[in-house]
Design a protein around this ligand. Sequence first.
Ligand code: FDA
Length: 304
Amino acid sequence: MDLLLRNLFQTLGKSRSVNRLAKKYGLRFGAGRFVAGETIRQAIDAVRKLNGEGRMATLDHLGEFVYSAEEAEQSADMCLRTLDAIADSGVRSNLSLKMTSLGLDIDRELCVANMKRILNRARMHGNFVRIDMEDYAHCQATLDIYRELRREYGNVGIVLQAYLYRTEQDVRELNALRANLRLVKGAYKESPSVAFPEKKDVDENLKRIIRQHLLNGNYAAIASHDEAIVSYAKAFVEERGIGRDAFEFQMLYGIREDLQKRLADEGYRVRVYVPYGIDWFGYFMRRLAERPANVWFVLKNMLK
Ligand code: FDA
């Protein structure tokens, strides 16, 4: 049953027509638990509240289906506006983005140009940009562009996914760039030819790459709601005498608030990934796919 729901949510999330329909009707079915709002103002308010409770944020303007150069430019413009809004409001947040929304599938050079516009603006504001990692089909291209940008910019980081067999090698290679990495389990449906099919192997690999990256002396964003992973990381840094300024914990907006607050109260750096925008459906479906039990939460909201 879980597998069936997981596949259903993953398929729905990728459907352009369903996404378009969802966009028309505004945040529904309880998506507001995971998405901070449709406007930049709502997003900044959500970040301000998190900041007030000792948590930092990374804002993501949602936009997943970009098929023209014009749409890619608009998406990049929204990233600029988000960076400006962060600077104007004085909230503690950086920016996360996806390269496909900046035109990766349309024209590589357009995507690079959009990334540079965004990184220049972030640099002007003294801010940082994190490149999310999408499905396997985009992994190599995303990493190649990251490497190219990293030569010119110090304010850019990327995400690596523990479910991919290739990731341990990527962590090794990115050490040469002193990469700032967000380490996650991985959210897309991937073939066993490229990704560990068993959860326990993904968990082990996440611990392995956390160790590897921290021991290399590079900044790590440990992004997981899994208490076992969080406890593992806490014990590891304690044992190795790694300072609390060498890493941060990251979690998604609306998930494990209790754990987020507890870690912040304990004095760890905590950053919450705060998505916003009208293109919320694909993101919402991925959150449901991660935890099909969330379907009850959706049904409850539909009946309200
Ligand atoms: P796991 O799936 O084992 O969950 C552990 C516990 O967390 C669950 O038992 C439950 O309590 C809670 N939980 C997890 N997911 C939940 C959900 N959807 N709803 C309610 N409770 C939930 N992936 C990717 O491929 N590319 C990326 O760029 C990113 N970026 C990213 C940023 C940040 C800040 C986070 C936290 C995560 C990502 N991810 C991601 C998603 C990541 O790959 C992964 O799918 C989720 O974090 C779920 O995995 P966990 O590590 O939380 O563990």
